[in-house]
Design a protein around this ligand. Sequence first.
Ligand SMILES: Cc1cc2nc3c(=O)[nH]c(=O)nc-3n(C[C@H](O)[C@H](O)[C@H](O)COP(=O)(O)OP(=O)(O)OC[C@H]3O[C@@H](n4cnc5c(N)ncnc54)[C@H](O)[C@@H]3O)c2cc1C
Ligand code: SF4
Length: 333
Amino acid sequence: MHTFKFVRPPDSAAAIAMAARSKTAQQGADVRFIGGGTTLLDLMKLNVETPAQLVDVNRLPLGRIEAVPDGGLAIGATVRNSDLAHDPRVRRDYTVLSQAILAGASAQIRNMATTAGNLLQRTRCVYFRDTAMPCNKREPGTGCSAITGSNRMLAVLGTSDQCIATNPSDMCVAMAALEATVHVQGPKGKRAIPIGDFHLLPGNTPQRENVLEPGDLITHVTLPPPVAGSKQLYLKLRDRASYEFALASAAVVLTVAAGKVTRARIALGGVGTKPWRSPDAESALVGQSADAASFRKAADAAMRGAKPQSENGFKVELAKRCLAHALQTAAAS
Ligand SMILES: Cc1cc2nc3c(=O)[nH]c(=O)nc-3n(C[C@H](O)[C@H](O)[C@H](O)COP(=O)(O)OP(=O)(O)OC[C@H]3O[C@@H](n4cnc5c(N)ncnc54)[C@H](O)[C@@H]3O)c2cc1C
Ligand code: SF4
């Protein structure tokens, strides 16, 4: 493992100034923030990430979950995934988020992992994590080993001919369905980014995964006020019951009145190159009867345009069944 300097800045401004010295906020940045370290240290051990300096953000005052005046919730960047999942307000009003977090990783990892770190976790594509193999995301221009190689776990939505890596986060899928906002403070001030605009599609620049600029510190995430009477569910399908990433998952936030769906927010995990909100599935559902036929139509709409690779064609039907079942279960709850 290469050597690096570890620093604990006294406040957010100092942390931002340190990170702003990097030429990039993405892959290859010389200075990186560190939260729980469960993504970053892993990648440093593999020589995939080789920062010269780690800026520890854990002592900054970003560790609280607080109610905000509009009735929503603000979640600090260093709030641990476990604390977020078990917060009584989250369990009651944002059940889908609690369920999604608890479906991820292990209790030990969730105790370390932070909100900001989870938003920025990297793909589990095996070639990205192996510096002996070509990978456009790790080393732009070298090629994508997965397109002709092992791609069973990888994406079928939002891919490009440069990269087909899946975004692996469960938390982000629930946040997409809840229409969360990511708050960032950087050298040019503060900004608020809707989660749907935060992650980028790979296109021709798979090395750029989000809209962060050098020095940008995620300070917190806000959730809008809870939707009264909504039925929520996170369903994750995977190769084994724990400690495994999603093959397909669905986060649904559904409102039903007199047997009809009046509001739907739907996002998929395990199948997209970013946490995959599906406006097509939502509009296919609103105004329809809350029944199996409507749920299947919404699932078909969600996966329209899917582009399977040699080993992951099964994900198209799996994701449809996952979403239809999640909708059915939520509606019946
Ligand atoms: C064995 C294993 C299994 C896992 N299984 C799952 C799973 O099933 N589902 C799932 O969703 N996840 C899973 N994970 C991933 C886990 O959820 C992430 O590793 C974790 O959420 C990352 O959070 P962290 O705080 O440890 O991030 P770190 O490793 O500290 O940081 C990750 C990235 O975020 C940046 N960063 C951190 N804080 C900030 C900030 N405030 N502002 C700007 N940038 C910041 C860092 O520079 C780094 O680039 C698994 C991980 C492991 C190791
Ligand atoms: S899918 Fe993306 S991360 Fe995986 S090898 Fe191809 S370029 Fe790299």
